[in-house]
Design a protein around this ligand. Structure first.
Ligand code: GTP
Ligand code: MG
Length: 373
């Protein structure tokens, strides 16, 4: 029996199993999973891999989990929240164009004078007033990193596929990521305005991958769209809301905020700036927040148009100032009642981090020695 924590990296799992990471990678490949050295693995993948090497797995909680363990909410405290949607797909298939179109056509009039800036996450309102939060194509690495840290940040994935092209390697990867994460997918078959667009061919390719779209009697929603003309985009958003309804997304807004870091960086004038997605609770100015190994009080908050906010509830992406450093994408953000608590956890995380990098270094060195022999 192998005792292991979930979301261990392929490299660390190799060390535990006493095999080379290449063996792990090739084993995964033979099972149809593509993993990289530092990729963290979820429970299912770990179980399958360990089994290949003759181990049963017992999952143990990491200290981290113990520290950030959530108290569960009472049913009556939960209210509906907006879906958080990630747009994924192959290079140039139109992810950014789709998001641009959605943002342009859906922003309300009062934002006219606002400054639009890139913050990696947006919330839009549909014509009939429903909110949807979008993650700006974070790339698969970030998506995996977020999942790895246990942050189930995406409720629904839109897989963009260009109708004048085919299902490409990155399309498959995106589909694979969504499936492994258990995130429902909606296919957006894009560029249908082009004369050489063949949306039916794409649906056929999907069917060949065992992904039957609804109009072909399957369970996957799909929508022909053009990110250029806007054709089909309202319908796509309706399908997103329909999926969200099925998921019954809820959160408790009346507690200390919890969320995830989308991106963070040092801004010369403003100090550390983090874009975070509030997932539950409400984040307010003055709150003590902890993100990764960094903490601090919320000094200011902005929405993606640069408008100042005093508070942000569930499924709201915000830019916050006040952290003592830049946490990593996918790190959890949590509000604590006292600065002392936040500091203690920050310190213990730093410790874990140090130990892990020591262990990884040791492993690589042994591996290299093995190769030389
Ligand atoms: P990466 O970020 O590089 O992975 O690409 P992307 O998926 O974000 O694609 P992007 O939105 O940058 O679009 C790629 C190209 O396709 C651009 O030249 C777009 O103008 C064009 N394009 C995107 N959507 C459509 C569409 O619906 N119709 C047409 N005709 N062109 C489109
Ligand atoms: Mg793009």
């Amino acid at each position: 029996v192998l005792k292991v924590t979930e979301f261990i990296s392929a490299n660390d799992l190799a060390a535990l199993l006493d095999v080379s990471v290449n063996q792990i990678i090739s084993t995964c490949m033979s099972l149809g999973m593509f993993v990289s050295i530092n990729q963290r693995l979820d429970a299912e993948a770990i179980t399958i891999i360990a089994d290949e090497f003759g181990y049963d797995v017992e999952f143990t909680k990491s200290i981290e989990d113990e520290l950030v363990e959530e108290s569960s909410d009472e049913e009556e405290d939960l209210i509906e929240r907006a879906p958080i949607v990630t747009i994924m797909g192959h290079v140039d298939h139109g992810k950014t164009s789709l998001l641009d179109y959605i943002r342009m056509s859906k922003v309300t009039a009062d934002e006219a004078g606002g400054i639009t800036q890139h913050i990696g996450a947006y919330d839009v309102k549909t014509k009939d007033g429903h909110k949807i939060a979008f993650l700006d194509t974070p790339g698969h690495e970030a998506f995996t990193a977020m999942r790895a840290r246990g942050a189930k940040l995406t409720d629904i994935a839109i897989i963009v596929i260009a109708a004048d092209d085919s299902i490409m390697p990155q399309t498959k990867e995106a589909i694979n990521h969504a499936q492994v994460a258990g995130v429902p997918m909606i296919f957006a078959i894009n560029k249908v305005d082009k004369p050489n667009a063949r949306p039916e061919k794409i649906k056929e390719e999907l069917a060949n991958m065992n992904l039957l779209v609804e109009e072909w009697g399957g369970k996957y929603q799909s929508q022909d769209i053009s990110a250029k003309t806007g054709q089909g985009i309202d319908e796509l958003l309706e399908k997103v809301l329909l999926e969200a309804e099925i998921l019954e997304l809820k959160a408790n807004p009346d507690k200390n905020a919890v969320g995830s870091v989308i991106e963070a960086s040092l801004d010369k004038g403003r100090g550390y700036v983090a874009t975070i997605m509030v997932q539950a609770g409400t984040l307010r100015i003055g709150d003590v927040m902890l993100g990764g190994q960094h903490y601090g009080r919320v000094k200011a908050m902005f929405d993606h148009k640069g408008k100042k906010l005093k508070e942000a509830g569930p499924s709201t992406p915000v830019q916050v100032l006040g952290l003592s450093g830049a946490p990593q994408a996918g790190d959890s953000i949590k509000v604590y009642d006292t600065e002392r608590e936040a500091r203690e956890i920050a310190n213990s995380r730093e410790q874990i981090q140090r130990e892990q990098s020591l262990r990884t270094k040791k492993h690589i060195t042994l591996d290299e020695i093995g190769r030389r022999l």
